[in-house]
Ligand binder design. Sequence first.
Ligand code: NAD
Length: 287
Amino acid sequence: WITEFVDGTEPGMPAREPVATGRYAERFAGQLVLVTGAGSGIGRATAFSFAEAGARVIAVDRDPQSAARTADLARLVGAPQAWAETVDVADEQAMEKLAEKVATAYGTVDVLVNNAGIGMAGSFLETTTEEWRRTLDVNLWGVIHGCRLFGRQMAERGQGGHIVNTASAAAYQPSRALPAYSTSKAAVLMLSECLRAELAGRGIGVTAVCPGFVNTNITGTARFAGADEAEQERIRRRTSRLYGIRNYPPEKVAEAVLRAVVRNQAVVPVTPEARGARLLSRLAPRA
Ligand code: NAD
């Protein structure tokens, strides 16, 4: 195994957790990998890990600057080619345009990571229709668009491929603080398992990755859209009680993503508390 350390010594490279990606080079070198929500957190770390394994990377984000930065850094850590695309994954037409452009300009995607997501805090009864819609539009419809558009291209090409959807421990762990988010992630988990069954015969794998609490913008700065300071603090305290904040780095989730593709795993609870919650949800009826 070759373990590569990216420690901030390259110009412009932020300090990162060491990840063992060299061992995946044989599998991913030259492959075309598209990651949504690649401008930050888990998506950016995942783009870097594929880049380190020699893949060609398409970094997609609704924020053009952060997508461009991810693509620049991906080249720096080993991607032979990396591109940035600005798209809101919830926008079906924009996603259709993206799929057409990718097919024409870059080729058929070998690995698709539907990772873009947002967190909306608030109790079930207080969450507005607008908040429910936006959460489901991004977290659920964004994944459906990606799976359908790029899944069809993979199926038509007939050379296999892999789709990874970022769900969450929230998919099987009920939460009073994040009902819309948890509902959207439960749907992502189920659609991934349905699609996996459908595509199995065509050599296309589908994985739902379920992280618990990971240190990113969504949680690290508790930037839950719609939550005021007091609410953010409540969520932080509740989440740490539920899961125990372990400062889990996004690079480790990225590593789990690459491993899941190599092993063709169906559902991957990444962090220790996510593994515990998954086990409990299968053993015991929910209170
Ligand atoms: P993050 O906020 O650091 O990154 C999310 C990225 O997605 C951002 O760059 C954002 O601009 C982009 N994005 C958001 N909405 C988009 C849209 N409509 N179209 C395109 N891009 C969009 O958060 P993160 O923690 O890295 O989250 C990544 C994924 O992991 C999300 O699906 C999230 O729900 C999931 N997740 C995170 C945690 C955690 O604890 N951080 C736990 C479980 C699951």
